[in-house]
Design a protein around this ligand. Structure first.
Ligand code: MEV
Length: 314
């Protein structure tokens, strides 16, 4: 058997995070510059199934047994692949994982490594998954660490296309006829998504009359943003980003640093800025053009961002 290589990208949420958990539409795009890659190679007979992480600090190796409870997302992914394909004995294989997606940073690292691993293992077993099956499997794995996620992260990562996502509805992708530039500022620390999702759910239960209109407006913003992107006017997204950020503040998922990063990005010439993903740490995005990108990157670095980069969307 020749080595098999499978990959999956990171993700960025453009509009609609949190409200998407409560049934509103959201937009997300794959972050193709960041990738998880898994190579499947045969090993000696009866050696079993191993997952190798040569880049981890301790060169971790994990053994996959069937029927063993695990909290490890990678082992659970492999177990689910074997179960889904009806394979009773783990094959003699090593699955070697490399990823350029920072861990727990809000770029979908967990879903991406899980998608790449499941793809590689299924291909090595000569039963490659279609995207729909893979997406369901990765969603199951996401639930270990994220509680009850909407499913937007695994969907954009598995399909590797811009998605207009509505929970429980058939997948809709969208086109980006005119690419645009975003500066991404990463804070270097993140709050686990299930914590911010739970906080928003509690708020919505306590104050439904105040929070439901916020969810509705965020959903309308996501739909408007899709219209602007699809009609080739991404340069008009700025005010929608600012408004979406203000609504996320009302949902209590922003913090002082995210607010400051958005403020300085705007002062340096960004057309709009918002937090992206779960919030309370994590990432923010700012809409820029080629002229303003360097200044926006610079002010975010000065403001203390752990990493800053510019990405072209579309
Ligand atoms: C996290 O990337 C996006 C959230 O909306 C959570 C979810 O959709 O599951 C905050």
């Amino acid at each position: 058997m020749k080595p098999i290589v499978a990959t999956a990208p990171g993700k960025l949420i453009l509009f609609g995070e949190h409200a998407v958990v409560h049934g509103q539409p959201a937009l997300a795009v794959p972050l193709t510059a960041l990738r998880a890659t898994v190579t499947a190679e045969p090993t000696l007979p009866n050696s079993g199934l191993h997952i190798l992480m040569p880049d981890s600090r301790h060169h971790h190796t994990l053994r996959v047994h069937l029927g063993e409870d695990t909290e490890n997302g990678l082992v659970y992914t492999a177990q689910l692949v074997l179960k889904t394909l009806g394979v009773a004995t783990p094959p003699d294989l090593k699955l070697i994982l490399h990823s350029t997606i920072p861990l727990a940073a809000g770029f979908g690292s967990g879903a991406a490594v899980s998608a790449a691993l499941a793809r590689a293992l299924a291909q090595a077993l000569h039963q490659p998954f279609d995207n729909e099956t893979l997406n369901e499997l990765v969603y199951e794995v996401e639930k270990i660490h994220h509680g009850t996620p909407s499913g937007i992260d695994n969907t954009v990562i598995v399909y590797q296309q811009p998605v207009y996502f509505v929970r429980g509805k058939p997948l809709e992708t969208f086109t980006i006829p005119r690419p645009f530039l975003l500066v991404v500022g990463n804070l270097g620390h993140a709050t686990p998504t299930h914590i911010t999702v739970d906080a928003v759910r509690d708020l919505a239960e306590q104050k439904p009359q105040r929070i439901q209109p916020i969810f509705n407006r965020i959903g309308a913003i996501a739909a408007e943003a899709r219209g602007l992107i699809e009609s080739g006017q991404p340069n008009l997204l700025g005010p929608l980003m600012d408004e979406n950020h203000a609504l996320l503040c009302e949902l209590t998922v922003s913090d002082d640093e995210l607010d400051q990063f958005c403020r300085v990005a705007k002062q340096a010439g960004a057309m709009g800025a918002k937090l992206s993903g779960g919030g309370r740490g994590g990432n923010m995005i700012a809409l820029v053009d080629e002229k303003t990108a360097p200044a926006v990157q610079e002010v975010l670095k000065q403001a203390g961002a752990a990493s800053v980069f510019t990405t072209q969307v579309g």
